[in-house]
Design a protein around this ligand. Structure first.
Ligand SMILES: Nc1ncnc2c1ncn2[C@@H]1O[C@H](COP(=O)(O)OP(=O)(O)OP(=O)(O)O)[C@@H](O)[C@H]1O
Ligand SMILES: [Mg+2]
Length: 144
């Protein structure tokens, strides 16, 4: 079963390490330019998922939440990862002033936390992932 099929069916993970492994496998099978919208509440594992993506792109630097600087650019051996946290953005228009496009040299992946804050800006071909936590405190990941 491909990682896409598994993610479309919905995966449950028992640890952050397991979530990172899922994300790493996904990273290795993404198209050369892609935007990922990571939906889900506080603490569901959006940043943890991006840490796994980074590993799949050959990024060795530590990936942390970019909440205070809005976005972070990581150049890996296999592609550039732009990690955007839209939590503090008020309007989609604000994103134009960030000059994000300047960092999107192929191959790239733009991973967006809190995409609903800038839904008007999110490209139509974006892959949307829904993250959550179950009653049993397991974390879920599903590709729309
Ligand atoms: N199965 C799991 N998958 C992902 N994270 C897990 C899992 N089990 C435990 N965790 C823990 O849950 C926390 C998830 O935090 P993370 O920062 O990734 O969430 P977030 O969605 O980015 O939150 P925020 O909205 O504040 O940015 C981490 O501390 C992680 O170690
Ligand atoms: Mg986060």
């Amino acid at each position: 079963m491909s990682i896409y099929a598994k993610l479309r069916a919905g995966l449950t993970t028992a640890s952050a390490a397991e979530s990172r492994t899922v994300a790493m496998q996904f990273a290795m099978n993404l198209p050369p330019t892609c935007t990922l919208a990571l939906h889900g509440d506080l603490g569901v594992g959006k940043t943890t998922f991006v840490q796994g993506l980074a590993r799949g792109f050959g990024i060795t630097a530590q990936v942390t939440s970019p909440t205070f600087n809005i976005y972070t650019v990581h150049r890996g051996s296999f592609r550039t990862l732009v990690h955007l946290d839209a939590y503090r953005l008020e309007t989609a228009a604000q994103i134009e002033s960030l000059l994000l496009e300047d960092f999107l040299n192929p191959p790239w992946c733009l991973a967006v936390e809190w995409p609903e804050k800038i839904s008007a800006w999110i490209p139509p071909d974006t892959l949307h992932l829904d993250l959550g936590i179950t009653a049993a405190e397991r974390h879920t990941i599903r590709l729309r």
